[in-house]
Design a protein around this ligand. Structure first.
Ligand SMILES: Nc1nc2c(ncn2[C@@H]2O[C@H](COP(=O)(O)OP(=O)(O)OP(=O)(O)O)[C@@H](O)[C@H]2O)c(=O)[nH]1
Length: 299
C-alpha cells in the first residue's frame, strides 16, 4: 500500500428506494450521521464518514432529484446539481431487481453534465435479491445507458463488494489529510454528540409517550486503564417522572439494555474505538422548568 492519504466527498444518487441509505450505512459501518451537522467545507449534511488508514471519505446527503413541474421543483434540482458538482465522486445507484426505467434515465440525463468534471460510478445495488445472470444483465443495461467511470455490483445486506466500492470511491478522492480528524463531525464537543446518540436511541419507539421529557448528560468519557482501544462512557438519561423511568427501563431493564446496545454501536462508529457504555436512568423532576437543572443538563 502506498502512503498517500486521500480525503474528500462523495454522494449517492438514484431514485427512491434504490438502496442509497442502506449502502451508506454499510460503508460507514453503522449509523453515524448526526443529521443536523453541517461541515464547514460543504453546506451539505453529512450522512457518514468512512475512516481508513489511507483515506477519509465523507458521504454527503442530497435531496432527491425530481422531474421539475414547478419553479420550486426546478430550484430544488439546482440544489441537487450544485451538490453533485461539489463532491469528488458520485455514485449512481440502481437496484438489481428493477429494470432501468424512465426515473433512472432522467437522473442519468442530468448527470451527463456533471460527468464532464466529476467521475460517476455506477452501482448495482441489492444483488442478493436476484440470480447472478440478472446482476450481469443490469450491469450491461447501465453500461449502455451511461458512460460510467466504473461499474460495480454490491449488496449492502450481505456486505458483498461493499469494500470494493469503498476502494473505487477512495481512488477518486484528491490527496489530502483527514477533513475530520478523530472522527469529529461538527464543532460540537464529542460528549454532546455522544449524548445526542444516546438520546436518539432512548427515544426510539417511545417518542409519542415521551416527546420532550428526555435529557442525557455524559458524565465521563475516559480510556480504560491500560488499554488504548476501549473507552468507558458514563451517562445519565434523565426523565421527569418515575412513571417515565419505567418506560425507558422496560420490563426488567430489557429496553434500557437495548438502548445501550444501539447507542454503543453508534458511538463506536462515531469515535472509531470500542466503547463500554454505562447508562443510568434518573428522575429529575420537572427539569424542563428548572433553570438550575437545565444548566446542569447543558441547555
Ligand atoms: N435485500 C436487500 N435489500 C436492500 C439492500 N439495500 C437496501 N435494501 C432495502 O431497500 C429498501 C430501500 O433502501 P434505502 O436504503 O432506504 O433506499 P434509498 O435509496 O435510501 O431510499 P430513499 O431514501 O427513498 O431515496 C429498504 O427496504 C432496504 O432495506 C440490499 O442490499 N439488499
Amino acid at each position: 500500500m502506498s502512503d498517500t492519504h486521500r480525503s474528500g466527498f462523495a454522494c449517492f444518487v438514484g431514485r427512491p428506494n434504490a438502496g442509497k441509505s442502506t449502502l451508506t450505512n454499510a460503508l460507514v459501518g453503522g449509523k453515524v450521521a448526526i443529521t443536523s451537522s453541517k461541515p464547514q467545507t460543504t453546506r451539505h449534511a453529512i450522512r457518514g464518514i468512512v475512516h481508513r488508514p489511507d483515506a477519509q471519505l465523507v458521504i454527503v446527503d442530497t435531496p432527491g432529484l425530481h422531474r421539475p413541474r414547478t419553479l420550486l421543483g426546478e430550484r430544488l434540482n439546482d440544489v441537487v446539481r450544485q451538490t453533485w458538482s461539489e463532491v469528488d465522486v458520485v455514485g449512481f445507484c440502481a437496484p438489481a431487481d428493477q429494470k432501468v426505467g424512465p426515473g433512472d434515465k432522467f437522473i442519468l440525463g442530468e448527470l451527463v453534465k456533471v460527468a464532464r468534471k466529476t467521475p460517476v460510478i455506477g452501482v448495482v445495488t441489492k444483488t442478493d435479491l436476484v440470480p447472478p445472470e440478472q446482476v450481469a444483465a443490469q450491469l450491461l443495461a447501465l453500461q449502455e445507458a451511461f458512460d460510467f467511470a466504473e461499474l460495480v455490483p454490491v449488496s449492502a445486506k450481505d456486505g458483498y463488494q461493499v469494500g470494493t466500492l469503498a476502494d473505487l470511491l477512495v481512488a477518486r478522492l484528491p490527496e489530502g489529510p483527514a477533513l475530520y480528524p478523530g472522527g469529529e463531525l461538527t464543532d460540537e464537543p464529542e460528549a454532546v454528540l455522544v449524548g445526542e446518540l444516546i438520546r436518539e436511541a432512548a427515544l426510539e419507539g417511545v417518542r409519542d409517550e415521551l416527546p420532550h421529557s428526555i435529557a442525557v448528560t455524559v458524565e465521563e468519557m475516559v480510556p480504560r486503564e491500560g488499554r488504548d482501544d476501549l473507552l468507558d462512557v458514563h451517562a445519565f438519561v434523565f426523565v421527569e417522572r418515575p412513571s417515565q423511568k419505567g418506560i425507558i427501563l422496560g420490563h426488567r431493564g430489557e429496553r434500557l439494555k437495548q438502548v445501550g446496545t444501539v447507542a454503543r454501536q453508534q458511538i463506536e462508529a462515531l469515535l472509531g474505538t470500542r466503547v463500554y457504555l454505562d447508562l443510568h436512568v434518573k428522575v429529575a423532576k420537572d427539569w424542563q422548568r428548572d433553570p438550575r437543572q437545565l444548566r446542569r443538563l447543558g441547555f
